[in-house]
Design a protein around this ligand. Structure first.
Ligand SMILES: [Zn+2]
Length: 174
């Protein structure tokens, strides 16, 4: 047959494809996996922290090993670190409270949203904890409530008025 390829030509092409596939597999392997220099385990690349200094963009030591290294360092130098942190805190106390105040003001809505989300997620636990606390400190809680109402008399009155008004409207609608 004219134009048909001879069998060895097919062979060459097939082995080319195989080679290409093998190379691609290796490339994917080096992209997706890395061997930790500390524990020697080959792990998924996301188990290594980002590090721009490395050519592959990841650290040579896996996250687990880095955490235990940091823990070891902390326990070995605990006193020194605590003293250093305290000195830093004392020196920056005013700055820090100003920084947080500014941060809270600038992120008011976002923080509110986050707090709401957090409350929603932990509602059951919070309610249970509050109830337990109330049962254990019932008298103190009642006294505190009384004091609070006394202190916020006007606000409470206004709230009750608003509440009644809203529910009247609701009832009328239903
Ligand atoms: Zn490791």
């Amino acid at each position: 047959m004219k134009g048909a390829k001879k069998s060895y030509e097919f062979d060459t092409q097939y082995s080319d494809i195989e080679k290409e596939l093998e190379e691609r597999k290796n490339r994917i392997k080096t992209i997706c996996f890395k061997t930790c220099l500390k524990c020697g385990e080959t792990k998924f690349i996301f188990k290594f922290s980002l590090d721009k200094r490395n050519t592959d963009g990841r650290t040579n030591v896996c996250k687990n090993c880095r955490v235990s290294e940091a823990e070891k360092y902390y326990y070995k130098n605990k006193d020194r670190i605590l003293i250093r942190n305290k000195i830093y805190r004392d020196n920056n106390r005013r700055d820090r409270s100003e920084y947080f105040k500014k941060y809270q003001e600038e992120n008011k809505e976002r923080l509110k949203r986050l707090a709401k989300k957090w409350y929603k997620k932990n509602r059951k636990t919070i309610k249970k904890r509050n109830l337990e606390y109330y049962r254990a400190n019932e008298e103190a809680c009642k006294q505190r409530r009384k004091l609070w109402i006394e202190k916020n008399k006007e606000g409470v009155k206004k709230y009750n008025r608003e509440y009644k008004r809203k529910h009247k409207i609701l009832r009328a609608v239903i």
